[in-house]
Design a protein around this ligand. Structure first.
Ligand SMILES: [Zn+2]
Length: 219
């Protein structure tokens, strides 16, 4: 059974995820560790729990989600997976970091691109890739049906939605992603987002003001 652990890292309060199962293989999603203390916290969790990292994945490559890519690559030497539409974001991260006064070590290039609906296997587990652009052009979410979780990056939050005012963002794409890819999941699926606390698909469908407003605008 898949287990989910997250850390909240860096000045943007970004959630970094480690997913693992009974085989102890794990995937690291969106490593936001940006200080020695944060990097140590992440590696300590992995070593204490005797986990074996096998994949590094970015839901999207805004700097708060990729600032630890280089560290993970150098520490564990594992393949890095990304959607190809995210390359412009990945490649602009160092310059964007400079704007915020944050020094970013350039990320390694992806070893492989991931596609919509692709199944990512590790240990005894499988993640289904859901292409969910809008906040970022190549953002993807990851669904595990057995443990009823979705890793939703900065697409959907507890009571909110991803920002759509960045270069290459699109409100319409974001809404299509949320309605066609996430809200079609069962109500009791837990949503683990890139920022903030865990929620469920059902709660967001019923109470998220941004989604209710969009649904209203269609009627
Ligand atoms: Zn983002």
């Amino acid at each position: 059974m898949l287990q989910t652990h997250f850390f909240t890292f860096n000045p943007f309060q970004e959630n970094t995820y480690i997913l693992f199962d009974e085989t102890n293989e794990c995937v690291i999603i969106d490593p936001g560790c940006s200080t020695d203390a944060e990097r140590n916290e992440l590696t300590k969790f992995i070593s204490v729990n005797k986990l074996k990292p096998v994949l590094l994945i970015n839901t999207h490559s805004h700097l708060d989600h990729m600032v630890g890519n280089s560290f993970i690559e150098h520490t564990y030497n594992i393949p890095f997976l990304l959607h190809k539409n995210e390359l412009p974001i990945l490649h602009s991260a160092v310059a964007t970091g400079r704007m915020y006064g944050i020094e970013i070590t350039p990320s390694p290039e992806p070893d492989r691109f991931i596609e919509d609906d692709e199944l990512i296997h590790f240990g005894n587990s499988v993640l289904k890739t859901l292409y969910t652009p809008g906040h970022a052009p190549g953002e993807v979410s990851f669904y595990n049906a057995e443990s009823k979780i979705v890793i939703a990056g900065d697409v959907l939050f507890n009571g909110s939605i991803g920002r759509f005012d960045f270069p290459l963002s699109s409100y319409e794409s974001l809404m299509q992603s949320i309605f066609n890819k996430l809200l079609v999941l069962p109500d009791d699926v837990k949503v683990y987002s890139g920022h903030g606390s865990v929620t469920t698909i059902g709660k967001e469908r019923r109470t998220n003001p941004y989604l209710l407003e969009y649904a209203d605008s269609l009627n």
